[in-house]
Design a protein around this ligand. Structure first.
Ligand SMILES: Cc1ncc(COP(=O)(O)O)c(C=O)c1O
Length: 494
């Protein structure tokens, strides 16, 4: 996109910026600042062009919170024993840290069973395998999600069917889900033997769809729903934890998630048939008998099943589990801080939304989910759409809109506010369904949402102050206004 930015830059009159704080191209969510302690806010930078002063944000969005001293002590102890493999405990009674973490996750989520795995992406694969999804089957999933989700489907050999995601909900369109379901089931049942169709519901960036409609759909069609809860550990719908609403749920504890164990994930379910297969698939060898939450009936069935279920070796290890155990007890407090900060940021951005006095309007649109009484969120990121339009109701041509969004995203990065623009080409963590060509799936209905979507990562901001968020909001508002003003002169140009 840099090429198109250069070619449009002069056209849209984007202001040259001599005040970049780092190489924002190296990582779409901000360059890593080794010297986190030097980060003081705010810093003020002279604008060489206008000789006005401009405030920049200097904290590092990629710097995780330190691991507690107690946890470090536990890990040190573990290292001295060398017993890092979950099935290598000293005695049969002596459970591993992974056993303990599974019990803690099951308790926290209210699920009957949990099994630790090496990542959420692998957990999704194992969940699908546990539902017998394989080559020739179909998996419906959100068009707006992260690459590991279609990747997990591709791993099973099944076909990805994308469901449109909409700007007004940031999540799946239930009408499109219904339509695609009927089409896909018709296709799947026409085959010999008939193929399976399941739903992989991805709560991308923690966004919860109209769950009542989704669960009605699930019930009406008797759908096996896998919940991708990479971002929603701790999120409840009508008091029930996401991940426990369908057949099986999967959480992530990778560093950029609400719990940081480097890599890691958990599969949760209430169903015996799923946990029995998931544990063997995850790589239990014959040690599945050591899983403390399994009953003797589970173990009997698993013994009969064992030789039919492949070992995919995707286990969690004891260091990751120790990191999880040290963070799960303070999870709800952390979530409350995230939500408070997000509300502050969002309110300020919305309250100051921009409109120019000339021919062009720039509007920041955010999701109004905070007001939804049925969902308790865990906001570890912030999304908004930047909508540009002409005051005379004429639309801004697509190419110019893209150039404006790129300029806006780069301007935020230039002032220290990490962000990803989902309308851009793939970069860093960010890609869209258009870049998953191996799936052969498309979802044009989602473009209207993605083309103007900006995403700000907030996973590592729990210790930041209210002032930090007000400053981020101020920078967003100032850059939106700058965008409106730069565009204005262009529109007037014949
Ligand atoms: C929506 C979503 N699903 C699944 C995953 C996969 O998680 P992991 O990195 O633990 O494999 C991610 C990772 O960020 C994600 O954002």
């Amino acid at each position: 996109m840099t090429g198109s930015f250069d070619s449009f830059g002069s056209f849209i009159g984007a202001r040259p910026r001599s005040r970049h704080l780092g190489d924002s191209d190296s990582e779409d969510w901000g360059a890593f600042d080794d010297d986190a302690t030097s980060a003081q806010n705010p810093i003020v930078v002279e604008d060489a062009e206008s000789s006005s002063t401009e405030v920049c944000f200097k904290k590092d969005f990629t710097q995780p919170d330190p691991i507690s001293e107690t946890c470090r002590d536990h890990i040190l102890h573990l290292l001295t024993t060398g017993r890092l493999f979950r099935y290598q405990t000293q005695t049969a009674e002596h459970g591993s840290a992974v056993d303990e973490a599974e019990a803690a996750i099951a308790r926290y989520t209210g699920a009957r069973y949990a099994v630790g795995v090496n990542s959420c992406g692998c957990g999704l694969f194992l969940a699908l395998k546990s539902l017998h999804v394989g080559p020739g089957d179909f998996v419906l999933t959100n068009a707006w999600t992260l690459a590991p989700v279609p990747g997990a489907v591709a791993h099973t050999g099944a076909q990805v069917v994308l469901v449109d995601c909409l700007r007004d909900t940031h999540s799946i369109c239930v009408a499109d889900l219904e339509r695609k379901w009927l089409e896909t089931v018709a296709q799947a049942s026409a085959q010999q033997p008939p193929r399976r169709v399941v739903l992989l519901m991805s709560y991308m960036r923690g966004v919860v769809p109209d769950m009542e409609a989704v669960l009605n759909f699930v019930k009406r069609h008797n759908v096996d729903m896998v919940e991708d809860c990479a971002h929603t550990l701790g999120v409840r719908w009508r008091g029930r934890m996401l991940g426990t609403l369908g057949a099986v749920g999967v959480y992530s504890t990778q560093t950029n998630k609400i719990i940081n164990s480097g890599e890691g994930g958990f599969i949760v379910t209430n169903r015996d048939d799923i946990i029995e297969r998931a544990v063997i698939h995850s790589g239990s060898y014959g040690h599945f008998k050591a899983h403390k939450m399994l009953s003797s009936a589970n173990i009997d069935r698993m013994s009969a099943l064992y030789q039919q279920v492949p070992n995919f070796s995707m286990r969690m290890h004891n260091v990751a589990a120790t990191l999880v155990l040290s963070q799960i007890c303070s999870l709800d407090d952390k979530i409350a801080v995230f939500n408070k900060h997000l509300d502050l940021l969002k309110q300020d951005v919305v309250a100051n939304h921009v409109s120019s006095s000339g021919d062009v309007l720039v509007r920041i649109e955010t999701l109004e989910d905070s007001d939804r009484g049925d969902v308790s969120n865990a906001h570890t990121s912030f999304q908004f759409n930047v909508l540009v339009s002409r005051r005379d109701n004429g639309s801004v041509p697509k190419q110019e809109e893209a150039a404006m969004l790129l300029a806006f995203s780069e301007a935020l990065k230039g002032r220290g506010v990490s962000n990803a623009w989902f309308g851009s080409d793939w970069t860093g963590f960010t890609s869209t369904y258009k870049h998953w060509k191996y799936t052969n799936a498309s979802s044009e209905g989602t473009d209207e949402f993605l083309d103007t979507l900006i995403d700000i990562p907030l996973y590592h901001t729990a210790s930041w102050s209210d002032e930090d968020f007000l400053l981020i909001a101020r920078i967003i508002n100032e850059e939106a206004l700058a965008l409106a003003n730069t565009v204005l002169s262009v529109i007037k140009t014949p």
